[in-house]
Design a protein around this ligand. Sequence first.
Ligand code: SF4
Ligand code: SF4
Length: 247
Amino acid sequence: MTTLPETTRKTLGLVIDLDTCVGCHACVISCKGWNTENYGAPLSDIDPYGPDPVGTFLNRVHSYEVTPEDAAPFTVHFPKSCLHCEDAPCVTVCPTGASYKRVEDGIVLVNEDACIGCGLCAWACPYGAREMDALAGVMKKCTLCVDRIYNEHLPEEDRVPACVRTCPAGARHFGDLGDPASAVSHLVRERGGIDLMPEQGTRPVNKYLPPRPRDALAPRPGAPASDPSTEGLTGFLGWIDRTLSRF
Ligand code: SF4
Ligand code: SF4
């Protein structure tokens, strides 16, 4: 079980429910639309994207089949974007100071005016969360939609990251993980939210809620009985270690 944050410093982030995500990619498209889409224009019928199409996605969803030895296989849809780490290696390696973590709310950002497009931060990030914008020549990443969440010109319900606003399954939650009383902190405690690859020492702010044990995970005939309260989480943690080590 994840422990309470040690401070009450405002620390904005996402809590992503891997039990609920259905892998529809709506969050990917809404992120792309809000953050890295160009002005809309009719596409040509012939070769609409030109000879060398490029694109920048700040949020991706990978889908995996998990095959436990003693239970039925199941699918996990795994959304991944910047985790706004407390000890962010992408910030410490940046030679120009373009990458930084905001003191006021913990969001990790890139100052595109100072970015020289060297790509060092992308090499340093253990989660593969940064994307070079080949057209702009600068590094891009999830900003937690910083231009939405404080935007008083938007209706209040839209002042959340685009992915959270769009997710039809309610699998994405946004809030202050530095506040032990916030809804997201409650969720993390109740559901045993986990850090991705904690051995990297990055202390990611974003948390993942593991899949709940379910009927489909019942032991195969003849398999030893196991504790349903821990089986799903233990199996999942093993899977996540194996999967992320491939990135
Ligand atoms: Fe930096 Fe990667 Fe952590 Fe985001 S997930 S703060 S890009 S190290
Ligand atoms: Fe999963 Fe929600 Fe993204 Fe769909 S929109 S892929 S349900 S997180």
